[in-house]
Ligand binder design. Structure first.
Ligand SMILES: [Zn+2]
Length: 280
C-alpha cells in the first residue's frame, strides 16, 4: 500500500534536508496565518521488472525518508527540537493521485528526452530538445493533473494533524528556545572568543521568546514619554524614567494643557487631600 508521511513545523524557520539518494526536501516554515507549515512525504515509486517484458510499480515506504528529513535518524535530531514533528497519521495515497503519478512516470519512461545538435546562426553547436508535440502536450497535462491531485491530498493531510501534535511540537520548540537563550547567556559571560561564538540560533530563540539580551538586540519601536520626553518602547503602560502612567491614547496627551497632562500622567502626585470638597 502506498502511504504518505506527514511532517509539521511550528517554527518560523524552514529546514532543508538533502542527500544524494532522496534528493532535497524542504520543511516549510509556518506562515503567520497558519498553525504550522506542512511537508507531505510521498512514498518513492520504483519500477520493477517482473520478467516477460512486464513491469510493475513498487512503492517504497515514506516513513524512513520522513524520519531522515526531520533529522530524527541523525545524532542530534535537531529539527524535531526546533518545532518539527513527525505526525502519526500515515494516509493512503488516493487512487486518483496514484494513477496520475504512474501514468506520468510511464509516459516519461517511454519518451526519454531526445537531444539533437545543430549549428546556430553564429556557427556554434547547440543542443536542442526534440520532442513530439503530442508527447509534450501529454507531459504538461499529466503534470498538471498530478499537481492538482497533490494539492487536494495535502489539504486533506493538514486536516489529519491533531491539536495534541501541534501543541507537542510547540512545547518542545519553546523548551529548546529557553535552553538556547541560557546557552547564549553562558557564552556572553565568557571571554571574547565565546561571545563571538553566539550563533544565530540563540538569537532566534530570544526573538521567539520576546526576550532582549545584550547579545541579541531586539529592534523595538520607541516613542517619547509625553511627561519627561524619554523614549519608551511602544505599547508600555508606564514610563521607565519618570513613572508616568499612560491610561489614554498617546495622541490624546498632545491635546491637553500642561496641568491636565500632569494630573493625568501622575495621578498619585496630584491627589486631592481627603475630605476637601472639589474645587468649584
Ligand atoms: Zn516619562
Amino acid at each position: 500500500m502506498a502511504q504518505a508521511a506527514i511532517i509539521i513545523n511550528t517554527s518560523d524557520l524552514s529546514f532543508t534536508h538533502g542527500n544524494g539518494l532522496s534528493g532535497q526536501h524542504v520543511i516549510p516554515a509556518k506562515t503567520p496565518d497558519e498553525d504550522f507549515g506542512i511537508l507531505v512525504v510521498y512514498p518513492t515509486p520504483e519500477i520493477q521488472d517482473i520478467g516477460d517484458e512486464r513491469r510493475t510499480v513498487h512503492w517504497l515506504k515514506s516513513t524512513p525518508l520522513a524520519k531522515d528529513i526531520c533529522g530524527m535518524r541523525s545524532e542530534d535530531g535537531k529539527y524535531t527540537r526546533l518545532g518539527v514533528l513527525f505526525c502519526n497519521a500515515e494516509p493512503d495515497l488516493p487512487k486518483e493521485l496514484l494513477a496520475a503519478i504512474e501514468e506520468e512516470m510511464e509516459l516519461l519512461n517511454d519518451n526519454p528526452p531526445d537531444v539533437k545538435y545543430r549549428k546556430t546562426k553564429e556557427g556554434v553547436m547547440a543542443a536542442i530538445n526534440v520532442e513530439d508535440p503530442d508527447v509534450r502536450k501529454a507531459k504538461i497535462r499529466l503534470s498538471a493533473t498530478v499537481q492538482k491531485e497533490r494539492q487536494k491530498f495535502e489539504k486533506y493531510c493538514r486536516s489529519l494533524v491533531t491539536k495534541e501534535e501541534v501543541a507537542l511540537a510547540k512545547r518542545t520548540m519553546l523548551e529548546t528556545a529557553a535552553k538556547l537563550v541560557s546557552d547564549g547567556d553562558t557564552l556572553w559571560a565568557g571571554n571574547e572568543m565565546d561571545r563571538r561564538n553566539i550563533s544565530e540560533l540563540p538569537k532566534w530563540a530570544c526573538r521567539l521568546l520576546g526576550l532582549s539580551r545584550p547579545w541579541c538586540y531586539l529592534a523595538q519601536q520607541m516613542e517619547p514619554c509625553p511627561g519627561c520626553g524619554k523614549p519608551n518602547p511602544v505599547g508600555v503602560i508606564t514610563c521607565g524614567s519618570c513613572g508616568a502612567v499612560y491610561d489614554r491614547e498617546m495622541a490624546d496627551y498632545a491635546k491637553m494643557s500642561n496641568a491636565e497632562k500632569a494630573r493625568s500622567l501622575y495621578p498619585d502626585r496630584y491627589l486631592e487631600p481627603v475630605g476637601t470638597a472639589p474645587k468649584k
